[in-house]
Design a protein around this ligand. Structure first.
Ligand code: S3P
Length: 442
């Protein structure tokens, strides 16, 4: 149990400055996992040192890889090779991280070892059936709590069969779990995704020397991995996390007179839906210094405050901004008119029920919202909404950060019940936001 850390955000004077945000969470998890499955030494620069990723580091260590922090953000991993993982002596505790739990389940499914996964109260409520169901076909055996919840025991397959699977939910975590299981299966593993989701696993597998074919397929993609490749250690530079950059950038859009730049932000097109949506609302977001770093597009983003108008987002684009809906909804609360954000069903199974919790955050701060099926409707005030309410974050880092941004630009202060979980993805958040002009107090 962490000790709750309540915080109140007050309306800020204009924000300014040039900052960098911590490394990308999705890429950091994958870097540690694939480095542990590669042969030789991988050096990782810019690794996110949030609690979620530290759980992955500890798990890969427990499975036999040598994982060392050389300096802040700079890590070294000596991998064991595919099939070389050792049976962990103890339960693997993945903390708050669904990505760590689900991706690791894929790896463990095709290694002939016994393991038990658990997590914190939030993760223990989240569905694991979405990975258990497809992975069972490779020969692994799972025994989980009622409703396929953690804790869960896994007996990995001795000779894993390659999987062919069509995703039933648009989830990069499920896709990645299947591909990672396929690494230790002889033959071709194929995943069909009806809607494209973040492709960091595919990119990084290639970076380590695996054969991965990605083809357009209907409305989405077909991904084919050739099993049992020899992954060769390869250094990785982790870009800044666009999902983290979203918070200071939206804060700058909303606090009158602000302008800030976030340097070195990952711009993978399957992650930048928020920026597209904000631009459609009239947001001034300029991207400069675009470059490729470590196989991923990266750039510097400057946000300048200005009026926003309501917009809508289509369900097909939801995966490209799946973690950004709470902060997008906050932006919509300041825009003129009613925005409709479509296809948010998956938000119900994130670190919290983010659909309900985002609606509650806005409603308790004087904003009109409505949930219609899987859509969220936000009626903005065309300027600072009242605020003055309490935000309940339900062990969810992104709700806490969204609420603090809301409070930084609303008419009255917003009290956030617990900001401790921000450390799972964005260590140093409050200090960084304070450095650009935000005003928080306990
Ligand atoms: C992630 C995928 C997304 C996202 C999560 C990170 C990943 O989950 O919400 O924060 O790294 O693959 P789903 O794939 O389940 O939507």
């Amino acid at each position: 149990m962490t000790v709750p850390r309540p915080l109140t955000a007050h309306r800020a004077a204009p924000l300014s400055g040039t900052i960098a945000v911590p490394g990308d969470k999705s890429i950091s998890h994958r870097a540690l996992m694939l480095a542990a499955l590669a042969i030789g030494r991988t050096r990782i620069a810019g690794l996110l040192e949030g609690e979620d990723v530290l759980r992955t580091a500890a798990a890969m260590r427990a499975l036999g890889a040598q994982v060392t922090r050389l300096e802040p953000g700079f890590w070294e991993v000596w991998g064991m090779g595919i099939g070389g993982l050792a049976e962990p002596e103890d339960v693997l505790d993945m903390g708050n991280s669904g990505t760590a739990a689900r991706l690791l389940t894929g790896i463990l499914a095709s290694h002939p070892i016994f393991s038990v996964l658990t997590g914190d109260a939030s993760l223990r409520r989240r569905p694991m059936g979405r990975v258990i169901d497809p992975l069972g076909a490779c020969g692994a055996m799972f025994s989980a709590r009622e409703g396929n919840k953690l804790p869960m025991a896994i007996r990995g397959a001795l000779h894993a069969m390659p999987l062919e699977y069509r995703l039933t939910v648009a989830s990069a975590q499920v896709k990645s779990a299947i591909l990672l299981a396929g690494l230790n299966a002889r033959g071709l593993t194929r995943v069909e995704e009806p809607v494209a989701t973040r492709d960091h696993t595919e990119n990084m597998l290639r970076h380590f020397g695996a054969e991965v074919l990605v083809e357009p397929h209907g409305t989405g993609r077909m991904i084919t991995l050739t099993g049992q490749p020899e992954l060769i250690a390869a250094d990785i530079a982790v870009p800044g996390d666009p999902s983290s950059a979203a918070f200071p950038l939206v804060a700058a859009l909303l606090v009158e007179g602000s302008e800030i730049t976030v340097r070195g932000v990952g711009l993978n097109p399957l992650r930048t839906g928020l920026f597209t949506a904000l631009r459609a609302m009239g947001a001034k977001l300029a991207i400069g210094n675009e470059r490729i770093e470590g196989g991923e597009p990266v750039g510097d983003i400057t946000a300048t405050a200005g009026p926003l108008t309501a917009a809508g987002t289509e369900a097909a684009l939801a995966p490209s901004m799946i973690d950004e809906f709470p902060i997008l909804a906050v932006a919509c609360a300041f825009a003129a008119g009613t925005s409709r954000l479509c296809g948010l069903g998956e938000l119900r199974v994130k670190e919290s029920d983010r659909l309900a919790a985002t609606a509650a955050l806005l409603e308790s701060n004087g904003v009109r919202v409505k949930i219609e099926g899987d859509d969220l409707l936000v009626t903005g005030t065309g300027g600072p909404p009242p605020g003055g309410g309490l935000a309940t974050t339900h062990m969810d880092h992104r709700l806490a950060m969204s609420a603090l941004v809301f409070g930084s630009a609303a008419a009255h202060p917003v009290r956030v019940d617990d900001t401790a979980f921000i450390d799972t993805s964005f260590p140093g958040f409050t200090e960084l936001m304070t450095s650009i002009g935000c005003q928080f107090d306990a």
